[in-house]
Design a protein around this ligand. Structure first.
Ligand code: F6P
Length: 540
């Protein structure tokens, strides 16, 4: 850490000692313009952070921290396509996938834009053919169900947005997502599907992921068994695999070895991180659900946020402000978690998506320089749709005595305007942020007391449409990137997830075939395996 950055962190800590006691009541009482001062708008998206425990002084210090951490230099390095993912020697170019216009973008001397455009053209052609019913399965019938087999970044983004945008989804094409290796995910779905009209997408950047490949093998066998079950079986099986099995991957060679036809592979490059891959061909199931025009609106909304992030002054820069508020809460005030609560049933999966984005990116305690971080970085994220969350775990936010900031998301116009519903939804959302901020500290008896001062931000989208969702998600991506810079983290790798994968492969033979463990392991793990064997062999 440079001396300037260390000094900026120390200044923040010093300020926090005096500001820790600041109450939101006082902050609002002393500043009638607080809402306009501590909110910003980008292309129809409102970000209100006035209910955060931020003063002009703390914001000024946070902005100095951003300067000391050289956020604007890092941002330029990101957008210039430098290999800022140093542990994997890769650029992080997800923003290139949503770029408009004809400007080239060179990575290691090669313009990446023609390949992006070519894949987008193929996505349009293929999705048009499937959505219009022109694309036929082995029996000659049109496709009626899509099953995306993928996990993590190859699942969460398209799944979340397919749910969020179901109001504009294809009226008859059902889009399903299977992620878990638990057969309880795939098996019940297969029972409902017609093999003649089902298209599988194997979505895996690496094409090595245990869950996805296990599901893909089972799906392939299911398709072959059903298609082959007639006198012209071999021909129909070949047709089924050629027309109903698609791969989305950065490893076309491995997908071909798996048996996917080369013209059924939608590639993307290894400079797209898994959790940032929604904008690439990983978006295929979403494109099939909402159509390419709507997907391009999503890209356009994200591109508008990219432009804003790159060009807006710091004090008005929405993703930068999101990042600074988050760092203030987690690294200065000490919040170890925060909640994401969309007041939108359609956005119920947003917390899951953001969990991967932020916790896989910044859930680290070793800096880029190989040194342990001086302070805790990414907080844990939890959440769920309002109003349901209010009736489940909001009690802890109101009276639990822990600092647990909240990100609320509200949508002004509903896609499903049943009389009287949406007004109650919005009223509940704004009432919760009000109650958390101001509480009822004098209530009597004491058990009714709500201390308040629980910080929150509120995002307001005019509608749940692709454009505004694209802008919101891109804002969270850039927030995550900025926080990584402030903490000195490489946000684009995820080495922590490798150990568990490796150990699972080591334990698998002992669980599969009751063979002794190849290597010694701890008594708890050995005991758990022995217990499962005993239960299976009916000894317990
Ligand atoms: O295990 C973590 C992870 O590598 C994520 O980063 C990624 O999104 C997910 O697994 C799926 O990986 P793949 O797309 O290569 O199957």
């Amino acid at each position: 850490m440079t001396p300037t950055l260390a000094a900026a962190w120390k200044d923040l800590d010093d300020l926090a000692r005096t500001e820790r006691g600041l109450s939101l009541r006082e902050l609002f009482a002393n500043d009638t313009a607080r809402f306009s001062r501590f909110s910003c708008r980008v292309g129809g998206l409102l970000f209100d952070y006035s209910k955060q425990r931020i003063s002009e002084a703390s914001l000024a210090h946070l902005l100095r921290l951003a300067e000391a951490a050289e956020v604007s230099d890092w941002r330029e390095r990101l957008f210039a396509g430098e290999a800022i993912n140093t542990s994997e020697d890769r650029a992080a170019l997800h923003f290139a996938l949503r770029r408009r216009g004809v400007e080239p973008l060179f990575v290691r001397g090669v313009d990446v834009m023609p390949e992006i455009r070519a894949t987008q053209t193929r996505l349009r052609e293929f999705s048009d053919a499937v959505r219009s019913g022109r694309w036929r399965g082995y029996s000659g019938e049109p496709i009626r169900a899509i099953v995306n087999l993928g996990i993590g970044g190859s699942d969460l983004g398209p799944r979340m947005l397919t749910t969020a945008l179901r109001a504009i989804g294809h009226p008859t094409l059902a889009v399903h997502y299977v992620a878990n290796v638990d057969s309880a995910d795939l098996a019940p779905l297969l029972e409902t599907l017609d093999p003649r009209t089902t298209l599988f997408i194997v979505a895996s950047k690496t094409f090595t992921t245990l869950e996805t490949l296990t599901n893909a093998v089972t799906a392939r066998e299911w398709l072959i068994a059903n298609a082959g079950d007639s006198s012209d079986g071999p021909e129909r099986t070949a047709q089924a695999l050629a027309r109903q099995f698609v791969a989305v991957t950065a490893r076309s060679d491995t997908a071909i070895s798996f048996g996917i036809a080369p013209d059924m592979i939608f590639p993307f490059s290894d400079w797209v991180g898994g959790r940032f891959s929604l904008w690439s061909s990983i978006g295929l199931p979403l494109v099939l659900a909402i159509g390419m025009d709507a997907f391009e609106q999503l890209l356009a909304g994200a591109a508008a946020m990219d432009k804003h992030f790159r060009t807006a002054p710091a004090r008005e820069n929405l993703p930068l402000l999101m990042a600074l508020v988050g760092v203030w809460n987690s690294s200065v005030l000490g919040a170890s978690a925060y909640a994401v609560v969309p007041y939108s049933q359609s956005l119920a999966l947003l917390p899951d998506y953001l969990q991967q984005l932020e916790m896989e990116s910044n859930g680290k305690s070793i800096g880029r320089d190989g040194q342990p971080l001086q302070r805790p970085a990414a907080p844990a994220i939890f959440g769920g749709a309002g109003t349901n969350a209010q009736h489940a775990w909001f009690q802890l936010l109101h009276q639990g005595g822990r600092l647990l900031p909240v990100d609320f998301v509200a949508i002004v116009e509903s896609d499903y305007p049943l009389p009287g519903h949406h007004e109650r939804l919005l009223a509940s959302c704004f009432a919760q942020s009000e109650a958390l901020a101001f509480g009822e500290p004098e209530a009597d008896p004491a058990y009714r007391r709500c201390p308040g001062n629980q910080p929150s931000s509120t995002f307001v989208l005019p509608r749940l449409d692709p454009y505004h969702l694209g802008a919101l998600l891109a804002a969270y991506e850039h927030k995550t990137f900025v926080q990584g810079v402030l903490w000195g983290i490489n946000s684009f790798d995820q080495w922590g997830v490798e150990l568990g994968k490796h150990l699972a492969q080591r334990l698998l033979p002992a669980i599969e075939s009751n063979t002794p463990l190849a290597t010694r392991c701890d008594t708890s793990t050995a005991g758990l395996i022995a217990h499962c064997r005993a239960v299976r062999e009916r000894h317990l």
